[in-house]
Write a protein that binds this ligand. Structure first.
Ligand SMILES: Cc1cc2nc3c(=O)[nH]c(=O)nc-3n(C[C@H](O)[C@H](O)[C@H](O)COP(=O)(O)OP(=O)(O)OC[C@H]3O[C@@H](n4cnc5c(N)ncnc54)[C@H](O)[C@@H]3O)c2cc1C
Length: 300
């Protein structure tokens, strides 16, 4: 049997690009799918990544990464994959423009689906007091007044983390809290909001939240933390195993192997921390593991 490519990478964010650099450098025939401008990194300003003393624009890093990929002769196809079909050996991928491409091994670097909007003007406040990543941005709110809106353990954990930085933390739960959760928040001096926030207040940057009774809660920052779900619609039909605690992320071992023969996963898709350094590290391992897999299979 022959394949169009030895390795196909799904996702053109930092995890996929790094996987491509490592696999391409080992002289494999590699293709990468996705859209760099849809990477989470395209929205970010990074100041906690190794080697950059000053804050750097995520978009600029992506552009450099894409140039680097070209050096290693990775074929770039800016299309999404809409279906994966397992073959007797290897996989067939179908793109949004109905191209069919086969590959012996896959690297999944699809990122996570970001939460749907809660407020109508949300976009204009991103990076101006509104954040979706407490781990990334808590640091900027030392001695400030912030609110967390969210559900699940990620939001509760995030609100508690913020108490190490901010001077006041408010929490609005999008789902009912258990008594244990409530107590754990109160013990950390987090104020639980009873009234629903209906709007973000501010012109150029976040100034506060308008609550349903029309009162204003003045704030320096707002965090929206809704459990992120991976692009499971694409992966569930082929039987990729998910992390049994959250069912939101792909389960991998230390070699970034999934439960399926020849399929590796990396980056945000494999779960927290949703950070650039982790995405790049896992991309490196996935690229090298896929390369080892190809060598082993082609030798047998
Ligand atoms: C506002 C913001 C601020 C952030 N700040 C920081 C920070 O300060 N520090 C830090 O370390 N991290 C930060 N992050 C997180 C960081 O950007 C991510 O951890 C990182 O981009 C994850 O890389 P990834 O490659 O796993 O996924 P992504 O970068 O999200 O890339 C996913 C890729 O998959 C592709 N894709 C999706 N579906 C398909 C499909 N069906 N077929 C083909 N391709 C597909 C997309 O087009 C995209 O190219 C921030 C994120 C955001 C949103």
């Amino acid at each position: 049997m022959s394949w169009d490519y030895e390795i196909a990478i799904l996702g053109m964010g930092p995890a996929g690009i790094q996987a491509g650099i490592h696999a391409g450098r080992r002289k494999h025939k590699v293709i990468i799918f996705g859209k760099p401008y849809k990477s989470a990194l395209a929205q970010a300003y990074i100041e906690n990544y190794f080697g950059f003393k000053e804050k750097i624009k995520g978009k600029a890093l992506l552009e450099i990464g894409m140039e680097q990929l070209k050096r290693f002769e990775v074929r770039i196809l800016e299309e999404d994959i809409v279906k994966i079909e397992p073959l007797e050996s290897g996989y067939k991928l179908i793109t949004e423009k109905e191209k069919e491409i086969t590959a012996l091994s896959l690297i999944l670097a699809l990122g996570v689906k970001r939460p749907k909007k809660i407020f109508k003007d949300e976009d204009k406040f991103i990076g101006k007091g509104l954040s979706y990543c407490i781990d990334c941005d808590a640091w900027f709110y030392k001695e400030k007044k912030v609110a967390v809106i969210g559900d699940g353990s990620a939001a509760i954990h995030g609100a508690k983390l913020l108490t190490n930085f901010a001077k006041e933390v408010y929490f609005y739960p999008l789902k009912d809290l258990t008594e244990d959760d409530k107590n754990s928040l109160i013990n950390k001096n987090i104020s639980i909001l009873e009234k629903k926030p209906i709007d973000i207040i501010g012109k150029e940057e976040v100034k506060g939240l308008k609550l349903e009774d029309e009162t204003i809660l003045e704030l320096d920052g707002i965090f929206i933390e809704i459990g992120a779900k991976g692009p499971l619609e694409l992966l569930a039909p082929i039987g990729i195993e998910l992390d049994p605690e959250t069912f939101s992320y792909v389960k991998v071992n230390r070699n970034m192997e999934t439960n399926m023969e020849g399929i590796f996963a990396c980056g945000d898709l494999t779960g927290p921390p949703l950070q650039l350094a982790k995405a790049v590290g896992e991309g490196c391992i996935a690229g090298l593991s896929a390369s080892d897999y190809i060598k082993r299979i082609l030798k047998d």
